[in-house]
Design a protein around this ligand. Structure first.
Ligand SMILES: [Zn+2]
Length: 231
C-alpha cells in the first residue's frame, strides 16, 4: 500500500531526528552531571577551610600566651637578680619554674595544632588537585559536547524541510494515528507484522487479521497497542 510507504518515510525521518535530539540531551545531561560533581567538590572545601581558620586562630592565641609567659619570665628573672633575701629568691625561682612549665605545655599544644593545620593543608591541596583535574576534564567534555551537538543540530536542520514535505504526503487517517500514539509509544508507529506478531507490542495476531494485512486493502491496527501493521 503506497500510503503505508509514505508513512514509513515520514516515520523514518521523524525517528532519525528524535535520535539526534536524544543524543544531544544525553550529552547535555553528561555536562550537567559533571557540573554537579565540581560543585560538590567545591562544597567539600568549606569545612576544611573552617577547621583551618579555627586551627590558625588557636595557634595565634597560644603564641600570644607563650610570648606573655616569656615576658613574665624575663621580668621575674630581673627581680631574681636583684633579690636580697633567701625567701624572696626561692619564691621567685618557684614562680619562674611554674611559668616555664606552663610555657612548655603551651608549646606542646602549639606543636599539636601545627601538625593538625599541616594535615588540613594536605587534605586541601589534595582536594584542589582533584578539583583542578576535574575542571580540566570538564572543559574538555564541554567543548567536545558543544562540537558534537552542533553537528547534530546541523543534521537536524537539514532534515526539517524533508520531514515537513514527507508529512504533507502522509494520509490523513495515518497521520492522525501517528500523532496520537507517538508521544507515548515513540516514533515506531508503523510496524511489521511478520511472524504473526505485532512488531510493536509483540502480541500474537489472529490468522484472519494477518490475512487482511496481507491483502493491503485497508489500514489495520494492532488491537492491543494500536500501531499500524504492515507485512
Ligand atoms: Zn501491538
Amino acid at each position: 500500500m503506497e500510503k503505508l510507504d509514505q508513512l514509513r518515510q515520514y516515520q523514518d525521518l521523524f525517528a532519525k531526528i528524535e535520535l539526534f535530539r536524544s543524543e544531544i540531551d544525553k550529552r547535555n545531561q553528561k555536562v550537567s552531571e559533571f557540573e554537579e560533581k565540581v560543585a560538590q567538590m567545591l562544597a567539600e572545601r568549606a569545612p576544611h577551610e573552617e577547621r583551618m581558620e579555627q586551627g590558625r586562630g588557636l595557634a595565634r592565641k597560644f603564641e600570644a600566651d607563650i610570648a606573655d609567659l616569656e615576658s613574665k619570665i624575663a621580668k621575674t628573672q630581673d627581680q631574681l637578680s636583684s633579690a636580697t633575701q633567701a625567701s624572696e629568691y626561692s619564691g621567685l625561682r618557684g614562680q619562674i619554674e611554674k611559668y616555664e612549665a606552663d610555657k612548655s605545655a603551651l608549646e606542646e599544644n602549639l606543636l599539636t595544632i601545627f601538625s593538625k593545620i599541616e594535615e588540613i593543608e594536605g587534605g586541601l591541596s589534595d582536594l584542589d588537585q582533584r578539583l583542578g583535574n576535574a575542571r580540566d576534564e570538564y572543559q574538555e567534555l564541554k567543548s567536545r559536547v558543544m562540537e558534537e551537538n552542533s553537528d547534530f543540530e546541523k543534521e537536524i536542520g537539514q532534515m526539517e524541510a524533508p520531514l515537513r514535505e514527507a508529512r504533507e504526503t502522509v494520509d490523513e487517517e495515518l497521520l492522525e494515528i501517528f500523532d496520537r500514539l507517538q508521544p507515548s509509544l515513540g516514533s515506531k508507529i508503523l510496524v511489521s507484522a511478520a511472524g504473526g506478531t505485532c512488531g510493536g507490542c509483540h502480541v500474537s495476531l489472529a490468522p484472519q487479521l494477518m490475512e487482511r494485512i496481507r491483502q493491503q486493502k485497508e489500514v489495520i491496527c494492532c488491537n492491543f497497542c494500536g500501531r499500524v501493521l504492515q507485512c
